[in-house]
Design a binder for this molecule. Structure first.
Ligand code: CO
Length: 218
């Protein structure tokens, strides 16, 4: 009988086994696949999504390694003091020259839900604070909805829209537009229940679509 301490070890061994099988399958399908990828990456898209394990970026949109640059955090937020997210954005836009930044939220997001509750969850409360502010700012609209589930899902959508705006308010994006680099920012939302993405229709691809207060490009 295997002791409990070994169970975890065996589980992780399974991951290495999975990895070897995956690498072999890819190599069988395309012998140059890894050699080509090791040489360079040229993704056209930056995905900013939630860390939720049920929202795996590449799989949802059917893209291979090398085709999607990815940043994920709890509740897919773009905060102007977050050096991690901003560094990813700057590299994606200025070096990789991605053509699209896609902010993808998802319905039933636990992060958004936490920001709606009158209780503490710890450090993450600070991370989610601007979603609570958005909840406050959207209180009138959300009050029109009949139940908590609808309110949560609407706030998930409003959060995507707010983060699209945050992306567009960065110097990174505005400088790209100022030098006529093609760059479009999208807001999408994913349903855990049916696996489908929805475009929220908040696409921005020029400075004219950004409120003048936020114009910062030279
Ligand atoms: Co989430």
């Amino acid at each position: 009988m295997v002791k409990k301490t070994n169970d975890a070890h065996d589980e992780l061994k399974q991951l290495f086994q999975n990895n070897r099988e995956w690498a072999q399958k890819e190599t069988d399908a395309d012998p140059q696949f890894f050699a080509r990828l090791a040489g360079q990456q040229a993704p056209e898209y930056l995905w900013i999504g939630c860390s939720d394990s049920r929202v795996p970026a590449n799989q949802i949109v059917g893209l291979l390694p090398g085709e999607l640059f990815v940043h994920r955090n709890i509740a897919n937020v773009v905060i102007h003091t977050d050096l991690n997210c901003l560094s990813v954005m700057q590299y994606a836009v200025e070096v990789l020259k991605v053509k699209h930044i896609i902010v993808t939220g998802h319905y039933n997001c636990g992060g958004v839900q936490a920001a709606m509750q009158n209780q503490q969850f710890g450090l993450v409360d600070n991370w989610l604070r601007n979603i609570r502010d958005l909840y406050h700012a959207s209180a009138d609209e959300l009050a029109q909805l009949s139940n908590d589930q609808e309110k949560l899902n609407r706030l998930c959508e409003l959060n995507v829209k707010a983060q699209v705006n945050n992306v567009c308010h960065t110097q990174i994006v505005q400088n790209a537009w100022a030098r006529n680099q093609e760059l479009t920012v999208h807001g999408w939302i994913y349903s855990l229940e049916n696996g489908l993405l929805k475009d929220l229709g908040v696409t921005v691809n020029s400075i004219e679509q950004v409120h003048k207060i936020y114009h910062v490009a030279p």
